[in-house]
Write a protein that binds this ligand. Structure first.
Ligand SMILES: Nc1nc2c(c(=O)[nH]1)N[C@H]1C(S)=C(S)[C@@H](COP(=O)(O)OP(=O)(O)OC[C@H]3O[C@@H](n4cnc5c(=O)[nH]c(N)nc54)[C@H](O)[C@@H]3O)O[C@H]1N2
Ligand SMILES: Nc1nc2c(c(=O)[nH]1)N[C@H]1C(S)=C(S)[C@@H](COP(=O)(O)OP(=O)(O)OC[C@H]3O[C@@H](n4cnc5c(=O)[nH]c(N)nc54)[C@H](O)[C@@H]3O)O[C@H]1N2
Ligand code: SF4
Ligand SMILES: [Mo]
Length: 777
């Protein structure tokens, strides 16, 4: 039996015990293996030493912050950063011959991994209506086709402009400027599927959508929570910060349905002791929580803190802070006292004693930081969960002081910067007013379409043109079959990309591939060599400058593509100096400095070593909420439940993938080798379901409207997942997430917490052979 298109047909699973530590010698060796295979050693060496250094290349991986300039290591990167950069710097090339050989239908049957491994895109290509092949096209003609479609639409709202978080600030700013000058706020982005819940919850309660901590705060916290986050795999250098915090005496509480390797021990590859020693223990306490139980956990902790205050008045809560800076305490407290311990137990799977021990940790700690990521945001109740975390922080004034704060750990290297630059379908009037002042046109005011609503609009024929600045929309989005049908119903789909992916193969009547420079490459324009800028998870803005020769002389920079497209489409109205923008990126930054708060003297400040940090109002005691104070909120209780015989599935990343792109079929830290078609389930659940290790199952999700969705041929792996839960890899399981299954308020797809049943596959997959050893010892 074949796996569906986009997925590896051949698998050969073997399972070893999950690792109990992350990032030591094997991590480094593994990255080098990947580099040597994809690039020449010389090229690799040049790239890696420039990575995350002052004046060098910002790692195109995650958004973790760099240490202060004087404190950086010679090798300031992790295994994954090395893999990401080498994936871009590969020597392999996709030329016109490749597309002559492979039809679009052929490519649509290939796996994500295969498509990515074909190398860098080198020249613009078009698939014309009725044809099944991409063919070469000149830049002028390609942009002419796109501009022609855009100008022929009956309304600008019939186009959407998607952005993925690897785009630079300059490119992101230009894309939103172009879209708004053209007449639409349809600016969906990967953030709609990532930290949207964080943005909504934090803006409402604290008046800023961004995290409030710096690396220094983490280093000096007494207690750090890691909730719904897998730093060993997804933010490896966070482990160095946690190691430093522990050296300074911090304690760490990890909350996760999986005992991830990076939450246990860290062997620092940048230190001699990291190579041979036992490493640093990361979590002092591990809460093996049920998926979606975090809201109940923080509600329980908040109740315990209120009761501790009752027992010893004046010693637990920060009354000065609450009185001066918050609103809604009484209503919140009244509600919090009604938390029911049976509900908490049912929602979290944790005992009251376990939670009381965490309360004691909190009471011993003057400075607390809470970090979170997709394990929180991608639930239906992601927004209330984050609000409840904010309640928890407000109670003891753990905001705005050194060593305290909230830390939504961002994914893509510049996802936060793209938002700052205006990539959002709901930018506030203050930003739109500033655009009007600066450029003299009236940006549209009605909110545009986010990712989920874009798919709905495409499906219903309301959107006809899709342009993506980076990313792999059809694989990142939920409900894969629905999304693919929506993309195929467009008149034109176009992608500004570095590498081939499935979104190029699931296309509209006409499709364009617009190949672009990557971060690693020199970007030379009319006024000389350019750099771009990015913002990390801690709101630090700095430069990134590529050093390699471009993969092809036909590549244009993202900025150049957008400027030329804008000129062709808008024909000089409004009067925006696109030519000057293309020739010299300083001119773009000049405009940004007058539009985006915190960016004054942008060009001067960003070229200082380490760049500059954007101010966070919370750290200045300012809460720009509806009432001018931080808000306590009352959040309804949620006890996530799967019906009898079902499990709550989370879709997550392996150690060897970058979002929609698997680099290999292995997940070393979890002990999975040779296949991604696995489902990790607690042995007790397996026993209850009459399943055992190595069984082949289909994952069947059941949605409220009675429809079912199926992901075929997964091999069962017993794993220490919290009882009642299951885990399987994204994007293979996106097919299971209904388009309507979104988080309340944020409209973010619920990629965690999907109700599924495991149905034995009728005939065993003939392509799969297993040599399975127990995963859990
Ligand atoms: N190597 C690598 N690095 C990456 C990426 C990548 O694909 N590969 N992607 C980048 C991007 S865009 C992002 S957004 C980040 C994502 O970073 P993460 O959020 O760490 O990514 P996920 O793999 O989705 O893992 C979610 C974690 O939350 C846990 N979890 C799931 N459900 C729950 C729950 O209900 N409660 C709690 N407490 N925990 C839960 C899972 O077990 C897992 O450990 O990583 C970035 N970095
Ligand atoms: N089920 C499920 N779905 C999820 C998630 C999940 O946890 N579970 N996570 C969600 C999250 S957090 C995110 S962020 C999204 C990710 O969604 P996306 O950001 O859309 O996906 P990526 O896989 O990061 O995109 C990879 C592609 O980006 C292009 N690219 C890479 N570098 C560059 C560059 O420098 N310039 C340009 N122009 N293109 C470039 C390449 O062509 C590459 O193929 O997926 C979301 N979807
Ligand atoms: S932690 Fe993130 S930013 Fe740092 S080197 Fe690794 S992937 Fe790159
Ligand atoms: Mo993300």
């Amino acid at each position: 039996m074949q796996n569906p298109p986009g997925e590896e047909p051949e698998t050969n699973l073997s399972v070893t015990p999950p690792k109990k530590w992350a990032a030591g010698v094997p991590a480094v060796v593994h990255a080098l293996e990947y580099s040597l295979e994809q690039t020449s050693p010389r090229r690799t060496g040049v790239d890696l030493l420039a990575m995350n250094q002052v004046g060098g290349i910002d790692c195109p991986g995650c958004a973790w912050a760099d240490p202060a300039p004087g404190q950086r290591h010679r090798n300031e990167y992790c295994e994954n950063g090395a893999k990401h950069i080498n994936d871009e710097a590969t020597k392999r090339r996709i030329t016109a011959d490749f597309f002559r050989e492979h039809s679009v239908s052929d490519l649509a049957g290939r796996s994500d991994m295969w498509l990515n491994q074909q190398g860098r895109l080198t020249e613009p290509m078009i698939k014309r209506q009725g044809s099944d092949h991409y063919e070469p096209i000149g830049w002028n003609d390609a942009l002419g086709v796109l501009a022609g479609e855009l100008t022929s639409l009956s309304s600008p709202d019939e186009a959407v402009f998607y952005t993925s978080g690897r785009a630079s600030n300059e490119a992101a700013f230009l894309l939103q400027l172009f879209a708004r000058a053209y007449g639409t706020n349809n600016l969906p982005d990967c953030s709609n599927m990532c930290h949207e819940s964080s943005g909504f919850a934090l803006s409402e309660t604290l008046g800023t959508g961004k995290g409030t901590v710096s690396l220094d705060d983490l280093h000096h916290a007494d207690l750090i929570f890691l909730v719904g986050q897998n730093p060993g795999t997804n933010h490896p250098r966070q482990l160095s910060a946690l190691e430093e915090a522990k050296r300074n005496g911090a304690r760490i509480v990890a909350v996760n349905p999986l005992p991830e390797a990076g939450l246990r021990r860290f062997k620092n590859p940048q230190k001699p002791s990291g190579l041979i020693g036992r490493g640093t223990q990361i979590a002092d306490r591990f809460l093996h929580i049920k998926p979606g139980g975090d809201l109940a956990l923080f509600q329980a902790l908040n109740r315990l803190l209120l009761e501790a205050e009752d027992a010893r008045p004046g010693t637990v809560l920060d009354h000065d802070f609450i009185d001066a800076h918050t609103s809604g305490f009484e209503e919140f407290a009244q509600h919090a006292r009604t938390v029911d311990w049976d509900d908490v137990r049912a929602a979290t799977g944790l005992t009251r004693e376990e939670i009381e021990k965490v309360r004691d940790e909190v009471l011993r700690s003057d400075r607390v930081v809470v970090c979170w990521a997709m394990g929180i945001t991608q639930h239906k109740h992601g927004v209330p969960t984050i609000r409840e975390i904010v309640n928890f922080m407000l109670l003891r004034g753990n905001l705005g002081r050194a060593g305290t704060g909230v830390c939504p750990v961002r994914g893509h290297s510049n996802v936060q910067g793209d938002r700052t630059m205006g990539i959002w379908e709901q930018m506030p009037d203050s930003f739109l007013d500033a655009l009007r002042e600066e450029f003299g046109f009236d940006p549209p005011r009605p909110h545009g379409l986010d990712s989920v609503n874009s798919i709905k609009a495409m499906r219903e024929g309301r959107v006809k043109v899709f342009l993506a600045l980076a990313g792999n929309f059809v694989r990142a989005a939920p409900d894969s079959e629905v999304t693919e049908e929506a993309m195929r119903s467009c008149r034109l789909t176009a992608h500004i990309s570095t590498k081939l992916n499935r979104s190029h193969t699931v296309c509209g009547d006409t499709a364009l591939i617009l190949p672009t420079l990557g971060r690693t490459e020199r970007d030379v324009q009319a006024d000389g060599e350019q750099f771009v800028t990015v913002e990390n998870s801690m709101s630090e803005v700095h430069t990134s400058q590529g050093r390699l020769e471009p993969a092809s002389h036909l590549l244009l920079s993202e900025v150049a593509i957008l400027c030329r497209l804008a000129r062709r489409t808008l024909g000089g109205k409004p009067d925006i100096p696109w030519d000057r923008f293309e020739g010299d990126y300083h001119t773009i930054r000049d405009h940004i400095s007058r539009i985006v708060p915190g960016f004054h003297d942008f060009n001067a400040r960003v070229t200082r070593p380490g760049g500059f940090q954007l101010p966070n109002p919370v750290n200045e005691g300012v809460f720009n909420t509806s009432v001018g104070k931080a808000l306590f909120t009352r959040n309804e209780r949620v006890v996530p439940k799967a019906p009898e015989g079902h499990l709550l599935l989370q879709t997550l990343r392996s150690h060897d993938q970058w979002n929609t792109i698997p680099y290999s079929l292995d997940d070393r830290y979890r002990g999975i080798h040779g296949s991604r078609h696995v489902v990790l389930v607690n042995p007790a659940d397996l026993a209850g379901l009459g399943l055992s290790q190595g069984d082949q199952v289909d994952l069947v999700s059941v949605w409220a409207d009675g429809t079912e969705r199926r992901a075929r041929n997964f091999e069962v792996v017993p794993y220490p997942a919290a009882q009642g839960s299951a885990a399987a890899y994204y994007p293979e399981t996106n097919v299971l997430v209904p388009l309507d299954s979104v988080a309340d308020i944020s409209n973010q797809p619920t990629s965690k917490g999907i109700v599924v049943r495991l149905e034995p596959t009728s005939s065993r997959a003939t392509t799969s052979t297993s040599s399975v050893s127990p995963a859990w010892r």
